[in-house]
Design a protein around this ligand. Sequence first.
Ligand code: ADP
Length: 794
Amino acid sequence: MEMPLFVPTHSLDLDAPSVPSSFAILADSIPVMIWKTDQQGKRIFFNEAWLSFTGRSLQEECGDGWISDIHPDDVEQYLFTYRLALQHQQPFHAEYRLHHHSGAYRWVFVTGKPQYHSNQYTGYVGSTIDITDRKQTEERLESYKQRLEIAQYAGGIGTLEWNLNTNQIWCSEEQLHLFGLHPQLFSGKFEQIEQIILPSDHRLFIETINRDCATHKDCDIEYRILHKDTTLRWIKTQGKFFYTRRGEPLRFIGISYDITKQKQTEQMLRFKAESNRILSHSFRYKKTLRELAKTTVTSIADWCSIDMIHDDGSTDYVALAHADKHKVAIVNRFRKVRHHLFEQDSETAKDLRQGKTLFFPLVTEQFLQHHVADHSRLRFLQRLNLTSLLIVPIQIKGHTIGTISLATTDTHQRFDEQSVEITQQFASSVALAIENATLYEELSAQKERLQNVVANVSGVVWEGEGELGKEHTTFVSPFAKRMVGFELDEWYAHEGFWLRLVHPEDTTRVVGYIHSLFTKRTHGIFSYRWITKKGKIIWIQSYVSALRNEEGERIGIRFVNVDITGRMEIERRKDDFISMASHELKTPLTSIKVFNEVLLQLPELTKNKQTRTYLLHMDRQIDHLTTLVRELLDVTKIQAGKLQLNKSDFSLHNLAKETIDVLQTTTQHHHMRLVDHAHIHIYADRDRIGQVLTNLISNAIKYSPESEIIQISIEKDEKYVHISVKDKGIGIAPEHIDKIFDRFYRVFDATDQTFPGLGIGLYISLGIIKRHKGTIDVRSTYGKGSTFRVTLPL
Ligand code: ADP
């Protein structure tokens, strides 16, 4: 408080009861209100300043007149103080409201002092000053202070002032409330505050304060206290140090507030972010879980254990972390013997298996004794010093596969609803990660297996996306380098690289094949030639299939190419042999045929019935053999592209009729029907077309042992004539359809029906028809019959 202005009375020569003119003159000349009493305390003098303040005369004021100028509310208190002082001749001071000449009351501060002259009491001299302005400021300050206190209270902000010399601390009510200190029990000693700070935070707290004080920095410190309600609170204190002119620290003034919620939210968010990062990072889930457990103990818990529950209810922990390393050892030792926290058949363990979250915000001694029957387990848990416990099941498709156990221990932190929610979300993410990891592991194993297979296949596995012939390589197996010599990079670098390898003579056929393949089916097998980097020609067999997107659109091709050059060589030698053998057989066969005919004409031989039968039988066998050799020769000719045609104009109807007539003699069981809508002449090789018809009708007979009707139809349109042979026989399974026109291809039927043949009839027929620029196609239903259709251009 500001010191009032005292009138320097000692230097004056005051004598009672009269007021010397020297005093009056002096008093009148100063702006402070001055008054004087006689020995009885009666006012005998008021200076100019007083009179002009009250607006009254000296006569009106002297005696007791001045009393009526005092505010009615203040008069009693003031006169009491005044009279008491006078009675004991004591100095006094007081504040009261004095009537101003303007009509309003103004606050004044009065001081009075007894006066002595030669040790003789002479009366009082006093001064009165106008303090209205100060009073108003003070009032404003007071109301401001009150408002501030209300605001601080509402905002939970405490204020404190710490005297660094005395080490005394003054705390606002709210500050004490924050610290959980009782106002009556607070000694004001700094040590008392130090005691409530969590021991693990204490050092940093003191260090920070000392450093900030030494460096003249604003102080901003976060620390944990143990509140009297046994909860752990995060407190933030911000403030300033004040120093003497010489720089010695004088005091600290600061504000504090509770940031526990904010800290928990921050921790939770940090934990969430970190756990998500870890979860999305790795597919090795055991490692991931161990990392997660570590993250947990640095953020939201002091102890974390992630356990897997097996089908038989036994558990196995995969991750364990404790903020305190020594405790990990305790837990590890315990786990070796007891596995899970609760007995396997306890209600608690059952609840967990059923997917219930177990949440114990405050673990007390009674709690442990109630929940844990097993003695050593109980001792272990007691040693862990749990504060709060939270166990959340990890579930995959409604099945509990494990648990996440979180506990707080010495930090006294407690889990709340938010912790439960976050941990449950965490458990779902962990479940997902485990599921993904399991899938990923399976996938990786499969991929590895596949990669090994692909890498070890002695062939080129290739995949490419894009337009046919312009595909960019998306995969090519390493064997490609060995097979064709080109570096794998070259495959990847050029669009449609595979087509560059194809022998120019085969390009059109290959592209045409693939093109037509994908209009009908998804895959096929065909052979063609490649030219290697060194210019060598190799035969390859391609298994080709379409790559499709999710919509089923074809986006590329996959080839599995095998080098069949060796096989082709054997094939060629086989062809050579067949060609040579059939040529060699042809001449002696012709001679045998001629000799047999001669023998048949010798009456001395044929008159013996049995001899004649044998000779006729021999003749038929020679014909059969001749057909066989002729067919083999045809195969060789077709192979070499040397099939000669002897074209003439002839009636197709007549040819069909003749063929049917001949073949009808070979079977009694079947009935052949000719349906001719065309009745046309065509220009072609009559024998060869006849050969084709014979082959198709013979097959129809051969492969329809159970049915009678074989229908041969002839139709034509503007450009083509179509000859169809339809039977209701055994039919052809779809997987064979493409191959029956291949050389020596025969269907081996699972039904164990064996039919004689070499598998060259259709090959020759196709060869003949192709030479006529026609086509043969087949439609067949397995078990129901087949229709072979020859199309010839007109
Ligand atoms: P094959 O001498 O074996 O008859 P082909 O070249 O004439 O030789 O025929 C090849 C294969 O096609 C036969 O082995 C047979 O499985 C099948 N085939 C041909 N024609 C028919 C048909 N009409 N019905 C069922 N299968 C047939």
